[in-house]
Write a protein that binds this ligand. Structure first.
Ligand SMILES: [Fe+2]
Length: 240
């Protein structure tokens, strides 16, 4: 599996608190067959985001997993909270795309309107990036209007959902939405969005994979956990 959305860099956001915790998370990931992880600390605003610190943590973690012989390739990205003026946001040189590719992981805050979602997707596309919408099944605007997800896809967005939503960890509405999206083959990536070892989502990964396979079959399951994410790492196009 390739996990494109994680908060495993220590002491940079609400994810891992310490290097030891990050290592424990990675050991757990390795034990369930994860080969590549993109570290995606929250980017909440230009003022708040500390790229220098993020790079320092990233290098510290890479060093540590080499010492501990953990066989996982680490890549860097950010989970970008989009609100306000997107054009201004996209000018920030510290914004990090997923593994340096043309794919940007974006998260919509809870209360925003339909036009804003579609405008954001458009603004990102015209700058040559491809927006990957993080866990729409958890966002208020998509919960209120399911058809908005389809509209965003038509505008050029890709869809990333969290495994916990399928397992019921994010409530009944999120579970209903992710099941519908999967059946309609509208999801491009499934991820853990892991934040801590105490809520160890890698322990639940095998169960989630089985559930997905039962729901949509092995071929699509492999696309969701592996093949599409590999295309991000290679910066290749993902077929619709
Ligand atoms: Fe996240």
């Amino acid at each position: 599996m390739i996990d494109i959305h994680t908060h495993i860099l220590h002491a940079v956001d609400d994810g891992s608190d310490a290097l030891e915790e990050s290592v424990a998370i990675l050991q757990s990931a390795e034990s369930v067959g994860v080969t590549d992880i993109i570290c995606t600390p929250h980017y909440l605003s230009q003022e708040e985001f500390n790229k220098k610190l993020v790079l320092k943590r990233f290098n510290e973690l890479k060093e540590e997993i080499k010492k501990k012989n953990i066989n996982i390739n680490l890549h860097l990205g950010t989970e970008i909270a989009v609100y306000g003026r997107v054009d201004k946001l996209l000018e920030d040189k510290d914004l990090t795309s997923l593994a340096g590719s043309k794919y940007l992981l974006i998260e919509f805050p809870m209360a925003i309107d339909v036009d804003y979602v579609l405008d954001t997707v458009y603004e990102i596309k015209v700058r040559g990036f491809i927006p990957v919408i993080a866990h729409p099944e958890r966002c208020e605007c998509f919960k209120r209007d399911y058809s908005l997800i389809t509209k965003a896809i038509k505008e050029g967005a890709l869809i990333q959902c969290n495994i916990d939503s399928l397992l019921g960890g994010n409530g009944t509405t999120a579970k209903r939405i992710i099941r519908s999206l999967l059946k309609e083959r509208k999801v491009d990536f499934l991820v853990t969005d892991i934040h801590s070892i105490t809520n160890n989502r890698y322990e639940r990964l095998p169960k989630a994979m089985k559930k997905v396979e039962k729901l949509v079959g092995k071929e699509y399951m492999n696309e969701l956990f592996e093949h599409n994410a590999r295309k991000i790492l290679l910066n290749e196009n993902i077929e619709e």
